[in-house]
Design a protein around this ligand. Structure first.
Ligand SMILES: Cc1cc2nc3c(=O)[nH]c(=O)nc-3n(C[C@H](O)[C@H](O)[C@H](O)COP(=O)(O)OP(=O)(O)OC[C@H]3O[C@@H](n4cnc5c(N)ncnc54)[C@H](O)[C@@H]3O)c2cc1C
Length: 427
């Protein structure tokens, strides 16, 4: 089969791939994106049925297109998000080839560019953008052995309550996924235990503004790096039911049993850390600090936004916090399913270039990798807190497209006759 030559090859047709196509197209840089499945596949088939965007429609989108059929403050259902990216790709005429799996990218020997092996033949590319996602491979910590008679699944495999066999459920992880799945199961009448680790817990809205607005005006989306020590802190936020603040004490008051981190397993029992109260209090502290920062911003800028003292009301500690469980016998508690909402890893085994550090992590600055001509897009904290979010990846893609264009000017440079003559005689 003939080798197809492309200037820039994008791997992945999610939001990052679509954004990359837009910016490269605007700069007149020819490109092709290869997507192993369908555009925005993860929004279609790797999320639970009832998921809606965590941010409102006015915010969680690209600048060039609004969500059709939704109000600006609506939280768009996941299928609406997938359809949006498909519409967007059509609007910009993005050259995304679906159903093509990239198997290997390697540097051409003794020549610029890369050889790209795919399920649909071989490509040669000057530049490769890895836009394969921040959340690729489900991570399940090795706590409960696989031969224990309980169904263990990752949050990316959870779809809806009917999928699970009757019985109680232990949800591990109280970030956006875990807390939403746990609440959905509780509302479906299931007994739910929620294992709560360290988390941030912003108010859904405060004084008439959604928290995404507050993060924007306070400059917090632009934070360049995670605060040291917060590497394992998740964010508990939800757009479900029209959007509401996650309140763990409220969930407990409605029947959910909160437990600390799930640390180990032996003889049919899961053992929890003693950190539940500290974790819930840490989330409260995070919420309060955002309210304080918002109040200070309003005062400083003389904004006329309604006061909201109820946002600071703290419910009493529920019994499960006053007398926290240190262990749970799975059989006695009737637990039939454990849902690990414990995040994702990345798999770049196909990218065989010099773009990784000693630990195998992408080595890059704002997506520009240590292998000239290879870029990463969509990674957490690629340039800032917002980098994995829909609007954030659009800005990162712009930066990378600019970088590719600049690099091309060097590649295209041809020395004048005089300069070449000078070089030949060593002047
Ligand atoms: C549960 C959940 C909810 C989220 N909610 C929001 C939200 O409300 N708002 C928001 O802004 N962000 C949200 N995010 C974060 C982010 O928007 C999504 O994770 C988004 O899917 C990331 O887009 P991406 O294009 O970077 O990566 P992905 O969507 O993962 O796209 C990468 C694509 O690359 C393809 N691919 C991978 N490897 C190959 C290969 N070797 N060859 C060819 N194709 C390949 C995949 O099939 C995939 O389609 C959420 C994330 C999760 C997990």
């Amino acid at each position: 089969m003939a080798i197809e030559k492309v200037e820039t090859l994008i791997v992945g047709g999610g939001q990052a791939g679509v954004a990359m196509c837009e910016h490269l197209g605007k700069l007149g840089i020819s490109h092709v994106a290869l997507e192993r499945s369908r555009i925005a596949e993860r929004w279609r088939s790797e999320r639970w049925d009832s998921l809606v965007a965590n941010g409102p429609a006015w915010h969680d989108r690209f600048p060039g297109l609004e969500f059709e059929g939704y109000g600006q403050d609506d939280f768009v259902p996941k299928d609406g998000v997938a359809a949006y990216f498909e519409d967007y790709a059509r609007m910009i005429d993005a050259p995304i080839r679906c159903g093509v799996d990239v198997k290997e990218v390697r540097k051409k020997e003794g020549a610029p560019g890369f050889i790209v092996e795919t399920s649909d033949g071989t490509y040669e590319a000057n530049t490769v953008v890895a836009a394969t996602g921040p959340f690729q491979t489900p991570v399940i910590p090795p706590v409960i052995p696989s031969d224990v008679p309980v169904t263990q699944m990752h949050s990316s495999a959870y779809r809806n309550p009917d999928q699970l066999e009757d019985g109680a459920i232990l949800v591990v992880g109280a970030g956006s996924s875990g807390v939403q799945i746990a609440e959905e199961l509780m509302k479906a009448g299931r007994k739910v235990y929620l294992s709560v680790g360290p988390h941030d817990r912003p108010p859904r809205s405060y004084r008439g503004r959604d928290f995404v607005w507050w993060l924007g005006v306070l400059g917090l989306w632009d934070a360049p790096a995670m605060e040291p020590g917060k590497e394992h802190v998740t964010i508990a936020v939800s757009g479900a039911d029209g959007g509401k603040t996650i309140d763990f004490r409220d969930l407990a008051a409605r029947g959910m049993t909160l437990v600390g981190r799930s640390n180990s397993y032996a003889d049919g029992k899961v053992f929890f850390g003693t950190d539940l109260v500290a974790n819930v209090n840490g989330g409260d502290e995070n919420l309060r600090s955002l309210l304080d920062a918002a109040d200070a911003y309003i005062l400083r800028n003389g904004l006329d936004l309604p006061e909201e003292p109820s946002a600071r009301i703290k419910r009493p500690d529920p019994d499960c916090m006053v007398n926290p469980l240190s262990e749970l016998d799975l059989a006695e508690a009737g637990i039939k399913t454990v849902i690990w909402s414990t995040g994702f890893g990345q798999d770049y085994s196909w990218l065989k270039v010099d773009a990784f550090d000693a630990e195998g992590k992408p080595a890059h600055q704002r997506g520009v990798s240590t292998e000239q001509g290879v870029y990463f897009l969509g990674l957490p904290w690629l340039s800032r807190r917002g980098s994995t979010f829909i609007w954030g990846v659009w800005h990162d893609a712009k930066y990378i497209a600019d970088h590719i264009a600049t690099r091309r000017t060097y590649a295209d440079y041809e020395a004048s006759e005089d300069a070449l003559k000078g070089a030949a005689v060593g002047t």
